[in-house]
Design a protein around this ligand. Structure first.
Ligand code: PMV
Length: 341
């Protein structure tokens, strides 16, 4: 089971969910299907130097600085996936990784990070399994990255991506993500902005691992899982028709529901900050006054993802964001990305 000593490099973007994954079963099986946009600019670039026949060990560097905690996490992850990559514990790894976006910015670096590592592993695996088709290799990378961080499996594909079995999406699976069919997506959704307002850059008080775990005892969990499954029905119709009004309603509802679940956990926790609520209210006022399609989603953190299409209304929206929303961020922080496919 040995493979050649070699160095491989891969890159993978992050993603932002529209219908959220929050709650899971053993072996990283999601409690409900989710759908996300893959970002175009916010990426992790990873280089793995594999030294064959050395005792198994993992060394990691983030932007050149050695990260012991991350190495321990990866070591555990590699042990976990040995059943799928039998050669994986037969060597030493030196992993260099860098993100093209700021650290702890509320952009999921675990998604892009595990996506990039899984792609590197698939390259190394060619010595053992032989070269597989692009499609097969991406699916296996999606499968492997899921075992590192659930939402990572959606980052292997661009555009809109579904993870978790849904009757509304052909070929969808709990084990890996699939691309939502391009032909089923209205053009308005194929050129969209995601500007992330950095409300609070500190460490999150509750990790997503703990958050998922608290869904096990949340009395609203089953209702929530059912709602997320059911939300695929209107989402499918919206994506086809291009109904922005309904899209906005559904996406904001999903974001607020994610945070409502946190508040109804035992113990309860709140990841939103004052600035998060101020920005949400300003967005709602702006929409009421102008009717322009600026809306938000939230990840498991305080930062606000501002979503708006490039449909001709974007200049007015950008002016509003710079003037009215940026003052609510830490150090005028905003990360500008786009989903164009
Ligand atoms: O992939 P994890 O375990 O970090 O979970 C992330 C879950 C959310 O980002 C909050 C929602 C999602 O679907 O991405």
């Amino acid at each position: 089971y040995t493979i050649r000593a070699q160095t491989v490099s891969e890159s993978c973007p992050s993603n932002i969910a529209l219908i959220k994954y929050w709650g899971k079963y053993d072996h990283q099986i999601p409690a409900n299907p989710s759908i996300s946009y893959t970002l175009n600019h916010c990426k992790t670039n990873t280089t793995i130097e594999f030294l064959a026949n050395e005792p198994f060990s993992v060394q990691t560097f983030l932007a050149g600085n050695e990260e012991i905690k991350f190495a321990e996490k990866i070591e555990k992850y590699f042990r976990n996936i040995e059943q799928y990559l039998p050669w994986i514990l037969k060597g030493k790894y030196v992993i260099q990784t860098e993100n093209t976006f700021p650290h702890s910015s509320g952009i999921a670096s675990s998604a892009s990070g595990f996506g990039a590592i899984a792609k590197c592993l698939m390259k190394l695996d060619e010595d053992f399994s032989g070269k597989s088709s692009e499609e097969e290799s991406l699916q296996k990378a999606s499968f492997l990255s899921r075992l590192g961080s659930g939402s990572a499996c959606r980052s292997l594909y661009n555009g809109l991506v579904v993870w978790g079995k849904s009757h509304e999406v052909e070929g969808s699976s709990d084990l890996f993500a699939v691309k939502y069919p391009d032909s089923e997506i209205h053009d308005v959704f194929k050129d969209f902005n995601d500007w992330v307002l950095l409300i609070h850059e500190g460490q999150k008080s509750v990790s997503s691992t703990v958050g998922h775990g608290l869904m096990k005892t949340n009395p609203y969990a089953e209702r929530r899982f059912r709602e997320a499954r059911e939300n695929f029905v209107p989402m499918k119709a919206i994506l086809k028709s291009g109904d922005l009004k309904e899209f906005i309603k559904l996406v904001e509802h999903e974001a607020l529901t994610l945070h409502a679940m946190m508040m109804m956990s035992d113990p309860a926790f709140i990841l939103m900050k004052t600035g998060t609520l101020e920005v949400i209210n300003k967005i709602w006022d702006f929409r009421k006054e102008t009717g322009l399609p600026l809306f938000f989603t939230l990840d498991a953190g305080a930062n606000v993802h501002l979503l708006f299409p490039n449909d001709g209304s974007e200049e007015k929206i950008k002016t509003f964001i710079e003037a009215e929303l940026l003052p609510h961020t830490q150090k005028n922080g905003v990360v500008k990305d786009v989903m164009k496919f």
